[in-house]
Design a binder for this molecule. Structure first.
Ligand code: DCP
Ligand code: MG
Length: 468
């Protein structure tokens, strides 16, 4: 293991919720919950102000509403989060070629490989500067952990949360880990935690005391061996640079199972279009089209088809998804449909577009995931005016949907750079009101002739030219 704390772990604070607070002045300092708002929706994340009430990721939305009835409930805006994530990842890549993203808001950086740091002092400086740069470029806070291994850097950033930096000086690792709960270690979930507790082991120090043989007896060879090493702060895993996105997918859970085969086909077509929009938003294309179907009895299957070359053409993805659907029996009804594209490339090979069907493969059913949520079958008004999405009014300008229902939509007129705005209510079909793209979180200096700020998708690098 290296002797200097030059592995950096960054994790943005309450990421989706912080983006929403940055874009909506009226929500700053308030409880904000982001997630699926339908009956089967779950919390994606919530602001620290909402965590005080016990709300957390993956909690059913109904439970969150009981705990924090006065919080703002918003539908996720993935494209916006992805664009902010790209700004953050760009800053990390300026530090080192070895950046290993774990999700939209989290990554390891090997500072030594980038010659950004060689000892504790230079590592701390790099971490402090990174946090300041992230703030300038995105307006958001991220927490940084610095240590001599990935495991410890991640533990350090967790300790630093929110809005902090923790460096674990080499040599102090074991003393620091000793009193911590076994759940701190990677790979120890609730089941392993229970198992260890029944054997009288609740802290990391007790794992070290129990010894390797005992751990192997309790957990089996591979897991026991690995956990014992972690407890002694031994972690040699290197930071590996890899593509952030392995696949792009969208899915919908339906409030009522869909039985009509034609309707299933229409929904799959819609999902294919949405998936392509996300793919294009990321500047990607992909070769493998994946269809996911969860049936009325929760049995889930995926079918995939690999094309000859990568595509981002909605018609090609739609057709492939429709072909895959042909091979799936949906009698009995479906409760969830998803369309994804994997085998991603940074560009599209238009010339390889003679898209005859390639291999069709069947993969085993997946676990129902508690992962990121999509919008969940909203009512027509909610579908047109999802809570939290941006709108533009012909006279009153830019705002966001605070809520909709009973034929009305309530809009708060404010922007990331304005004061807290006023609220107005309109009929849902008001011709003066239209959906709008999100504005950048930090006011760009560069403005279009009309005085309109350049959007986050309005070109790489523009957000770096920020106002003072
Ligand atoms: N996310 C999600 N579903 C989950 C967990 C997370 O959709 N079950 C999304 C929302 C989060 C983002 O991923 O904003 C990052 O996840 P984190 O675990 O890092 O959580 P946060 O960044 O929201 O909060 P923290 O400050 O604890 O990191
Ligand atoms: Mg986070």
């Amino acid at each position: 293991m290296r002797t200097a704390p030059t592995i950096l772990h960054l994790d943005m604070d309450a990421f989706f919720a912080s983006v929403e607070q940055a874009s909506k002045p009226s929500l700053r300092g308030k409880a904000v919950v982001v997630g699926g708002l339908g009956p089967r929706g779950v919390v994606a994340t919530c602001s620290y102000e909402a965590r005080v009430f016990g709300v957390h990721s993956a909690m059913p939305m109904g439970q969150a509403r009981r705990l924090a009835p006065h919080a703002a409930y918003l539908v996720p805006r993935f494209e916006l989060y992805r664009s902010i994530s790209e700004q953050v990842m760009r800053l990390l890549r300026e530090l080192s070629p070895l950046v290993e993203p774990l999700s939209l808001d989290e990554a390891f950086v090997d500072l030594e490989a980038g010659q950004a740091a060689r000892d504790a002092d230079s590592a701390r400086l790099a971490g402090v500067k990174l946090r300041a740069d992230i703030r300038t470029v995105t307006g958001l806070t991220g927490s940084v952990g610095l240590a001599a291994s990935k495991m410890l850097a991640k533990i350090a950033s967790e300790e630093a949360k929110p809005d902090g930096l923790v460096l674990i000086p080499p040599g102090t690792e074991r003393a620091m880990l000793e009193p911590m709960t076994v759940r701190t270690l990677p790979g120890v979930g609730p089941a392993t935690g229970d198992h260890l507790r029944r054997a009288g082991i609740t802290t990391v120090g007790e794992i070290a005391e129990a010894g390797e043989d005992e751990l192997v007896r309790l957990l089996g060879k591979a897991h026991g061996h690995a956990l014992y090493a972690m407890a002694l702060a031994r972690d040699e895993r290197p930071v590996v640079a890899e593509r952030e996105t392995k696949s792009v997918s969208v899915e919908d859970t339906y409030d009522v199972d869909i039985h009509d085969r034609v309707r299933v086909g229409v929904e799959v077509g819609r999902l294919a279009d949405r998936c392509v929009r996300r793919l294009r938003a990321s500047g990607l294309s992909g070769r493998t089209i994946v269809l996911k179907v969860r049936r009325y009895d929760f049995s889930t299957l995926t079918r995939s088809e690999t094309l000859r070359g990568p595509t981002d053409d909605p018609a090609v993805v739609r057709e492939a998804a429709a072909r895959l659907l042909d091979s799936v029996d949906t009698t009995g009804g479906v409760r969830l449909l998803g369309v994804g594209v994997s085998g991603l490339a940074d560009y599209t090979q238009e010339d390889l577009f003679a898209q005859a069907a390639g291999d069709v493969s069947e993969e085993p059913a997946e676990e129902p995931e508690a992962g990121p949520v999509e919008e969940q079958a909203p009512s027509p008004a909610e579908r047109r005016w999802p809570a939290g999405h941006d709108v533009r009014h012909a006279e009153l300008g830019h705002g966001w949907v605070q809520g909709s229902g009973l034929g009305r939509v309530t809009v708060r007129f404010e922007t990331p750079y304005s004061e807290v705005g006023r609220v107005r209510t309109f009929p849902v079909d008001d011709p003066e009101l239209a959906p709008a793209d999100p504005l950048p979180l930090v006011s760009p200096v560069v403005r279009r002739p009309g005085g309109e700020p350049v959007g986050p998708s309005g070109g790489g690098g523009s957000a770096r030219r920020v106002a003072g």
